[in-house]
Design a protein around this ligand. Structure first.
Ligand code: ZN
Ligand code: ZN
Length: 274
């Protein structure tokens, strides 16, 4: 099969390069059957370009306009990428919610600290907040991931091992270390039961951070053993890479023992043999 949809799509309403309509046109050019937008939710603690209050109505209206304009050519959905500490009040207005963790909250310091950053910036976070212990950083991250369903509606678990983003450049920790594995597997266990859908996310390949998608094969195998289901997404910030590494991703899923891959149908997820 060919995987012909993408649910993790950023656009000019957040930090993506292309307008929603340019993304739709790119999806049609690639022969996609479906495209879901997932702008970053409002993160009051972040300096980045996200759906600030007042912008989300315009985002939903634009996606609704495209849905109507391109009806019959492409299925279009309006989703959102939620961050663990984002406000949750509007989540019911979306077709689906991707639950992700990009920030730590240090209550005692009254501080939010982001780690979806480059290697130097992440090293600073590890040194400053985890006394240089990369494994402690990983443990804190996965403990937060496991809380996602407590914080919000969550239909898809986003890039579960995001903290491995810079590891090819800077090995702050070893993903074969028992402490790392235990922390990651504990989170996956909770999320497989409470959410059930994970993404194979190729975004870091398109952006030159990694040569393999999230999550690593040992986690993929664990997800399969726990009965978790996989979708494929490109976490796209540039239409050029809308289907980046999709063919290879199907092979990777097969090599990890998956017999099916899932796509969204507007309400739930359908399995397809691979
Ligand atoms: Zn993300
Ligand atoms: Zn994203």
């Amino acid at each position: 099969m060919e995987y012909l949809q993408n649910l993790h799509t950023h656009c000019t309403f957040c930090d993506g390069k292309d307008t929603p309509e340019e993304m739709v046109q790119r999806a049609i050019e690639l022969g996609f059957e479906g495209l879901g937008f997932s702008s970053h939710c409002h993160m009051p603690y972040s300096p980045g370009n996200y759906l600030k209050p007042g912008k989300s109505e315009a985002y939903r209206a634009e996606v609704a306009r495209l849905k109507e304009k391109y009806a019959g050519q492409l299925n279009i959905w309006c989703g959102i990428e939620f961050d663990l500490f984002s406000p949750t009040d509007e989540l019911d207005l979306y077709d689906y919610v991707i639950g992700s963790v990009h920030y730590f909250r240090f209550r005692a310091l009254d501080k939010f600290v982001g780690f979806d950053r480059n290697a130097d910036a992440v090293q600073k976070v590890i040194d400053e907040y985890f006394s240089g212990d990369g494994l402690a950083f990983a443990e804190a991250y996965y403990a937060d991931c496991a809380k996602l369903p407590d914080f919000s509606r969550c239909d898809i678990v986003g890039h579960i091992d995001l903290i491995t983003k810079n590891l090819e450049e800077r090995p702050y920790f070893d993903t074969e270390h028992p402490r790392y594995r235990r922390a990651a597997l504990e989170a996956v266990e909770v999320l497989a039961e409470r959410v059930g859908i994970f993404e194979l996310n190729t975004g870091a390949i398109a952006r030159g951070y990694r040569t393999i998608p999230y999550p690593e094969p040992f986690l993929l195998k664990a997800i399969r053993e726990l009965g978790g289901k996989m979708i494929i997404s490109s976490d796209c910030h540039n239409g050029q890479f809308l289907n980046c590494y999709f063919a290879e991703s199907l092979e990777l899923l097969k090599s990890c023992g998956f017999k099916e891959v899932y796509t969204f149908n507007g309400k739930g997820f359908d399995g397809h043999k691979i």
